[in-house]
Write a protein that binds this ligand. Structure first.
Ligand SMILES: [Zn+2]
Length: 114
């Protein structure tokens, strides 16, 4: 089994975090634009506006969750706790971490918890 390349995974996580933060800022900015637009022109029906808002809230929640996972993964890296399964303490397959650097369960524990 190959070694986990923590430093490249850390870079990946930091990049991802930055991307999400930029996206969050853009989303906030465009949400404000929609509100202003609506007040002035009244183009969107109330239903449409509510739907759009619900969608952007769901996206925002997913983004927040992802940010939390990333922050937690970075903290585990700092504590040398990274790459071990939360459930059975076995090392997580590096390929899995490569695919999802925020993974906290090994493949078999993840399958069991699904
Ligand atoms: Zn496990």
């Amino acid at each position: 089994m190959s070694e986990v390349d923590i430093s490249s995974l850390r870079m990946k996580l930091l990049d991802l975090r930055e991307e999400l933060q930029v996206l969050a800022q853009t989303a906030n900015a465009s949400a404000q634009v929609v509100e202003l637009d609506q007040a002035r022109v009244g183009r969107l029906s109330r239903m449409d506006a509510m739907q759009a808002q619900a969608m952007s809230q769901a996206t925002g929640r997913r983004r927040e969750l992802m940010l939390k996972k990333i922050t937690a993964a970075l903290a585990r890296m700092d504590e040398d706790d990274y790459g071990l399964c939360r459930s059975c303490d076995e090392p997580i397959n590096p390929k899995r971490l490569e695919y999802d650097p925020t993974a906290i369960l090994c493949v078999s524990c993840a399958e069991r918890s699904e």
